[in-house]
Design a protein around this ligand. Structure first.
Ligand code: ADP
Ligand code: MG
Length: 253
């Protein structure tokens, strides 16, 4: 059965999408069969794989709201062993439309059941909120990975995320495991980055991944070419770092 890893932090710009896109590619590169599920209406992970959204018949919205079977929505990517479920802007409406549905926070969990045996990993890229889309991702997941940007206010908002996780574990998904906390956009030249690493390690202890993602221009360029870093610039620092993360995820999972 697939490990379903939700990448979540209600803060925007902490590298959720960058991590989802590149962790997927590196796990696939290591021979695992991987599905990337874009659950952010912005569809940045979808664009990150060069998927032209206007040409799609369906996206994850149709699975959640119109009961389209999940298999019909899965697309092959240019990376061997890697498939994607795309998202488009209409997914923003699901946040509201889900409210009135039966088992509104379990929709994704039910939708993924038929394909869970077909992948080693399903990685879910969440929107920057703790609304019903993120709750659906947490309800479907076996694990959560929390990216934290090495910036001022890094820890702000995390207590809300942790209390949400507590609530999820008490009801929706008792077995949800915190796979790890990932420090991102580290800049070794600044004391601030170093301080944030210390603080996050004090708070999350052994949950923090040894791999720390540095600022790397190639990582920010890759999406505009519709490629993950291991295709865009396989020898870059960014590619190496996400390969290290994939190895750590394989050890922990
Ligand atoms: P989120 O999905 O949490 O909103 P993104 O993954 O979209 O965050 O990242 C926010 C911005 O930071 C994007 O423009 C992305 O290209 C850039 N970025 C992410 N990680 C890095 C990094 N390690 N080095 C440089 N830029 C990065
Ligand atoms: Mg994002």
């Amino acid at each position: 059965m697939a490990r379903i890893i939700t990448i979540a932090n209600q803060k925007g710009g902490v590298a959720k999408t960058t991590t989802a896109v590149n962790l997927c590619a590196c796990l696939a590169e290591s021979g695992k069969k991987v599905l990337l599920l874009d659950l952010d209406p912005q569809g940045n992970a979808t664009s990150g794989y060069g998927v032209i959204k206007d040409k799609l018949n369906y996206c994850i919205y149709d699975v959640l709201i119109n009961d389209v079977p999940v298999r019909q929505v899965i697309l092959k990517t240019d990376v061997k062993n890697l498939w994607i479920i795309p998202a488009r802007i209409e997914l923003a409406g699901a946040e509201i439309e889900l409210v009135n549905l039966d088992q509104r926070d379990k929709k994704l969990n039910h939708a993924l059941k038929p394909i869970q045996d077909e992948y080693d990993f399903i990685i879910i890229d969440c929107p920057p909120s703790l609304g019903l889309l993120t709750l659906n991702a947490l309800g479907a997941a076996t694990d959560i990975l929390i990216p934290i940007q090495c910036e001022y206010y890094a820890l702000e908002g995390l207590s809300l995320l942790m209390s949400t996780l507590d609530r999820v574990k008490k009801g929706l998904n008792p077995n949800l495991n915190i796979l790890g906390v990932l420090l991102t956009m580290f800049d070794a030249r600044t004391n601030l980055s170093i301080q944030v690493v210390d603080e996050v390690k004090k708070y999350f202890r052994n949950k923090v991944f040894h791999t720390i993602v540095p600022r790397n221009v190639r990582l920010s360029e890759a999406p505009s070419h519709g490629k993950p870093i291991v295709l865009y610039d396989p020898k870059s620092r960014g590619a190496d770092v996400y390969r290290d993360l994939a190895e750590e995820v394989l050890e922990r999972a």
